[in-house]
Write a new protein. Structure first.
Length: 139
């Protein structure tokens, strides 16, 4: 015979009745909070005291700080090299790392290579720009 009560009704009743010290409530779950946590995650229950108290204890979330890289401080020569490379690879940001610089260089080389429809002068300029900027991120 099917139970006529919904899942959220049954859980509300279970939340309202606190387990006693000697009772064995686990009934196959790892802890007392597991079925309630699952119901809350599924959106079946929305109890203010459950959201504020029990979830913080049962499901602690540790936020990882986001580390932003600062923009590079470029001298005149490096600024010209950066602008030239960014002309052919616009995805290069001002706070690039070694991997991003290498990806931008490869894209710029594909666009400026004489075999790909570019001219040799632009190709040589891109290579020099890459060498200048690579010295910045070698550390």
């Amino acid at each position: 015979m099917l139970n006529q009560r919904s899942f959220s009704d049954i859980l509300e009743d279970l939340i309202l009745e606190e387990p006693t010290q000697g009772s064995n409530f686990t009934s196959g779950f790892e802890s007392y909070l597991d079925p309630f946590g699952m119901a809350w995650l599924m959106g079946e229950i929305n109890l203010p005291h459950y959201n504020s108290v029990i979830v913080k204890k049962a499901y602690p979330v540790k936020a990882k700080p986001i580390k932003l890289r600062p923009s590079h401080i470029l001298n005149t020569n490096e600024t010209l090299a950066y602008e030239l490379l960014q002309k052919f690879a616009p995805n290069l940001k001002d706070n690039f790392n070694r991997h991003e610089l290498k990806s931008a260089y490869r894209l710029a080389v594909l666009k400026t290579h004489p075999d790909q429809g570019g001219n040799s002068e632009n190709f040589q300029d891109v290579k020099k720009s890459y060498q200048i900027l690579e010295a910045l991120v070698k550390n």
